[in-house]
Design a protein around this ligand. Structure first.
Ligand SMILES: C[S@@+](CC[C@H](N)C(=O)[O-])C[C@H]1O[C@@H](n2cnc3c(N)ncnc32)[C@H](O)[C@@H]1O
Length: 329
């Protein structure tokens, strides 16, 4: 289904620049093709009987310099261009050489297991990440960006003061979207990405470097191995986080207990603000996690709230954001 129109004119019509921007954000994050604003494009093509708008869409997507540097997968680009051609033909517009040239570039290419996804920030800057095409690969879920990471990043962008000037520790960072977005936009003084899987840690390091965070002096950024199943008390103390965040880390009942123990250690040490953002796929697993929190003397407060839509993703999943606090004696 096409996404609802953001950035409407007073008459309620999507402005041309908004349509182009919507195509661009959806293209670079490799959103599902059905979510692109095709109907609006088709209307414009039928009205103008010209391919100009298609050319503008191409310039914002396949012909954009970002696509040269951080290209989405061949298969995705091929499907996108095929759909553009279909819409153009349906509207009876003149054929566009640039469209067929772009398709020729990708049509014979063999697809790879990795591709780039770029998530555009309100500033116009892109967070570009190398991600795997498959949701689960190399025995981990950490090589792709999940919806809870996107929601948590949007939540942070709306509350920059929570992160500004502070040391932030992220648990289970995965591909790194939330952290890179916070480092770019929320001015933390230090940001510690962490995970446990060796391939995820390597990918995190690569993605952090790709986004120019290594060269910067602020925030100070590091990528660390932090396995919830191993006591890391000394390391937690050294990090001394003011804020601890985690996105989509509650999905495996087998590791929930170690995560709760780690969160309990974190809260006991220096009482940082702790936020956990979860997609609730299995209410039993999530309920079990909350029960274990309660048993460990940790209260949770639900903070889920509407956020400014920055990234294109399906808003139909149930995402819950909670803040954790040690129960007062
Ligand atoms: C579903 S992914 C979420 C990744 C990222 N936060 C996101 O939302 O896109 C879960 C992440 O938790 C990490 N993880 C799972 N078990 C872990 C453990 N015991 N210690 C540290 N990280 C773990 C995985 O490696 C993976 O990166």
């Amino acid at each position: 289904m096409e996404r609802s129109s953001q950035g409407c004119s007073p008459q309620g019509k999507l402005e041309k620049t908004d349509i182009l921007r919507e195509f661009q954000t959806s293209f670079f994050s490799m959103s599902r093709l059905v979510s692109f604003p095709w109907t609006t494009l088709e209307r414009e093509l039928e009205r103008s009987k010209s391919s100009n708008m298609i050319l503008e869409v191409l310039k914002m997507t396949c012909l954009h310099p970002l696509c040269r540097r951080f290209p989405p997968s061949f298969r995705f680009r091929k499907s996108f261009l095929t759909e553009l051609i279909r819409r153009q033909e349906a509207a009876g517009c003149e054929p566009l050489d640039e469209l067929y040239d772009a398709l020729a570039e990708v049509v014979g290419a063999e697809d790879t297991s990795e591709c780039y996804k770029s998530y555009l920030l309100p500033s116009g800057e892109a967070v570009s990440l190398l991600e795997n095409v498959a949701l689960i690969s190399d025995g981990t879920t950490g090589l792709v960006t999940w919806e809870a990471a996107l929601y948590l990043a949007e939540w942070a962008l709306d509350r920059q003061e929570t992160f500004s000037g502070r040391t932030v520790l992220e648990l289970g960072s995965g591909a790194g979207l939330t952290g890179v977005a916070i480092c770019r936009s929320c001015h933390p003084s230090r940001y510690v990405f962490s995970d446990c899987h060796p391939n995820v840690l390597q990918r995190l390091k690569d993605n952090v470097r790709l986004n120019g965070l290594v060269e910067r002096t602020t925030p100070r950024v590091s990528v660390e191995e932090l396995d919830w199943t191993e006591a890391a008390e000394e390391r937690l103390e050294q990090i001394g986080a003011d804020v601890v965040i985690a996105a989509d880390v509650v999905y495996d009942p087998d590791v929930a207990a170690s995560l709760v123990t780690l969160l309990s250690n974190i809260l006991c040490r220096s009482s940082p603000q702790v936020f956990v953002c979860s997609t609730i796929r299995n209410p039993e697993t999530y309920g079990g996690f909350k029960k274990q929190l309660g048993d460990a003397g940790i209260d949770h407060h639900v903070l889920t709230a509407p956020v400014t839509h920055v990234f294109p993703y399906s808003r139909t999943s149930t995402i819950e954001m909670i803040q954790l606090r040690t129960r007062p004696p």
